[in-house]
Write a protein that binds this ligand. Structure first.
Ligand SMILES: Nc1ncnc2c1ncn2[C@@H]1O[C@H](COP(=O)(O)OP(=O)(O)O)[C@@H](O)[C@H]1O
Ligand SMILES: [Mg+2]
Length: 317
């Protein structure tokens, strides 16, 4: 098959994307496919129209990559693509929308409030901070509604930390969330075709505990897979992740990030429509723990993209 690997793009996660793509390209070549890597820029549509690949492997992360944008273009061109489809990508990328859908579905997610910059600039949202504090309590987490890789995520221990945290989050997106902080272990559950893979635990270095961005540097966080949690906790985390995947309408694959609260109950933070596929990423790590090597994982993801097209029929074009 002729497979186009979409990579790069202009998001802040461009470097992660290039690393994901390099690994995917190697795997596809070993599987015997003809691989053409396309850096997602203003020539993307023209390149795809010329190439007419059998399938596109989307190895893009962040806004402009996993928010439904390239997915929509591929729908228009009638080219099958990997990962969730447009609507699911939109739901995953928007943490506020995703959390509303999770809450409606009865899936635990930390309590939160969300605003856009207009609420602060024109409607005096800052005057509601007292009520917000009373409801969410300190510490809390401030983060942009649409971003990844912990960019713009800040921990606020007291009211004094709020302004700077808001400014930071608002520099990434026009909308921000203030979310109740869950002091507990961090888990991630990857879901492949609706089935949860083994749970991964992220164990950041103590000095990075509240420095979420720093942890993304390779080697600063230790990952344990399968996570050393009881069978009950693992089952609850996998169940919450699978329900999240379904609720957000994901297909193909996705990764769900969770926190374990002090009672050992998993709370869902977010779902990633295109999780990282680098050699240090959690999704390939979880697949490996389930006995699925990277090449087999890539082959499966391609198969799912083609099956999905078969099922969807003409509505895809
Ligand atoms: N409510 C929260 N309580 C505790 N830690 C949080 C909370 N929200 C985010 N974090 C920390 O910040 C990291 C990034 O947050 P997340 O919501 O997954 O956004 P993204 O990965 O898209 O940047 C999480 O992995 C976790 O370590
Ligand atoms: Mg995350």
């Amino acid at each position: 098959m002729l497979v186009a690997v979409l990579k790069g793009g202009s998001s802040l996660e461009r470097q992660v994307s290039l690393r994901s793509a390099a690994r995917v390209e190697d795997a596809l070549a070993s599987l015997g496919h003809e691989v053409v890597a396309i850096d997602a820029d203003s020539d993307l549509v023209r390149s795809l129209k010329e190439l007419r690949p059998d399938v596109a492997f989307i190895a893009l992360h962040g806004p402009g990559g996993e928010d439904g944008t390239p997915q929509e273009l591929l729908e228009i061109l009638g080219i099958p693509y990997t990962g969730p489809r447009v609507a699911a990508c939109i739901r995953c990328m928007d943490k506020v929308l995703a959390k509303h859908l999770l809450r409606e579905a009865g899936i635990p997610t930390p309590d939160w409030v969300a605003f856009n910059s207009t609420a602060f600039r024109e409607l005096g949202a800052a005057d509601a901070l007292e009520e917000i504090e009373a409801r969410l309590r300190f510490p809390l987490v401030v983060k942009p509604a649409a971003q990844g890789s912990s960019l713009g995520v800040r921990f606020a221990a007291s009211r004094d930390d709020i302004p700077e945290a808001l400014v930071s989050a608002l520099s990434y997106d026009d909308r921000v969330l203030l979310e109740r902080h869950i002091a507990g272990r961090e888990l991630a559950v990857s879901v492949l075709d609706g089935e949860p893979l083994p749970v991964v635990e992220a164990r950041p270095k103590e000095e990075d505990r509240f420095n979420y961005e720093a942890r993304y540097e390779i080697g600063r966080t230790e990952y344990v897979c399968p996570a050393e949690v009881s069978d009950d906790v693992a089952a609850a985390a996998r169940d919450a992740a699978t329900r999240t995947y379904e609720t957000l309408g994901c297909t193909g694959f996705a990764r769900v990030d969770l926190m374990l609260d002090t009672e050992g109950r998993p709370e869902v933070l977010e779902a990633n429509a295109i999780p990282g596929l680098t050699d240090t990423s959690l999704f390939p790590m979880a697949a490996d723990a389930a006995g699925i090597e990277f090449e087999a994982l890539v082959a499966r993801i391609i198969d799912l993209a083609l099956e999905e097209r078969g099922v969807a029929g003409p509505s895809r074009t």
